[in-house]
Design a protein around this ligand. Sequence first.
Ligand code: SAJ
Length: 422
Amino acid sequence: MSFETISVVGLGYIGLPTAAMFASRKIKVIGVDVNQYAVDTINRGEIHIVEPDLDMIVKAAVTEGYLKAVLTPESADAFLIAVPTPFKECAEGKIPEPDLKYIETASKAIAPVLKKGDLVILESTSPVGATEQMAEWLAEARTDLTFPQNVGEDADINIAHCPERVLPGQVVRELVENDRVIGGLTNKCSKRSVELYKTFVKGECVVTNARTAEMAKLTENSCRDVQIAFANELSVICDKLDINVWELISLANRHPRINILQPGPGVGGHCIAVDPWFIVSKTPEEAQIIHTARRVNDGKPAYVIGKIKLAIADYLLENQKLTSQDVVIACYGLAFKADIDDLRESPAERIVQQIADIHPGKILAVEPNINCYSSHKENISLTDLSDAKKQADIHVLLVDHKEFKSLDMSDMIVIDTKGVWS
Ligand code: SAJ
């Protein structure tokens, strides 16, 4: 085995499970993170993120001495970079540009400990060209070593892109079972990367070049975004035509070649709502459908808020002695999708926050997957499911958590964005 020690840089939702999988195959793994809390937590054999089954694997890996976390990179035979690639702040209506600063910082941090024969893999979801850019940063920092972009197959350092593609909530299983796309800067880079991943990946490791591997990952998430936008657009059309969109989609999906996804309050999470912009910002003229899908999905929370405002106005018309202060709204779900506790980029949470800004009455937020919620808004309170059902005048279903599916909401005023009570 040519990889005795593997270093994973960035111990978040992807880096930590990946580090733990290598360690579970009894390979020495050095995890690197700038967050002292994360480093300390992992070194105690615990985890700082929520992901089923990961805690046991990390505990075993740390206890048996195969995994340790550090703040500063140490020498290793392979480095996997799994740091965030957010986009830069930009004005409303403008196309967001990807921000590669974390990849740059990680490259500059590992450069001093690189040695001849090392493999560096970029796992972070990245715009096309980012792996070549990373190779440049490394070459600038280490003029004593040769790199594939300059000398090809004979380079001292091998470099590849291998995007992660695992579904939050199923990371441990998907890391092992999913196929991997591996894009080396040379054939040798790809071959060595396949050898590395084959230590725990049971799926196929399919080889291509770095740019195609980058685009493959962006394509997967953009495809899903476009499909969800189609469903979201249908839901708005159906509201206007007085058709039940859920029934419509289930009927259309009986066609053998149709598989429409589900509408919702918008698209959340840190992947599908972000990655399509990496394509749009690079090719704004060409990426018409991908761009429109982003706009459609980003516009859905405002559409839902419009429906809630209408429901409040109708309720006040029917109850003329009340003021809007008296109207209690229950919002079911804060997470970005069903049966998880992750609130990042959540359209549900955004809707709850924005309703609290415009509605003076009480907002009861029901989120069975979290125990506390500090919203900095006095009229929002995290409330138990049955209390919310009893107290609220208007009920807004924002996430299809399993706990909400059996509720009987007949005779109640309901806005159902996920087709659970419709
Ligand atoms: N959503 C809908 N309707 C649907 C399906 C999803 O509105 O029919 C919404 C969800 O509620 C959520 C958002 O879309 O707000 C994203 O959820 P998701 O389950 O589609 O995807 P993620 O963000 O959890 O994970 C995705 C996955 N990509 C694909 O399925 C193509 C995962 O495999 C990637 O590894 C991950 O992005 C990533 O890290 O890029």
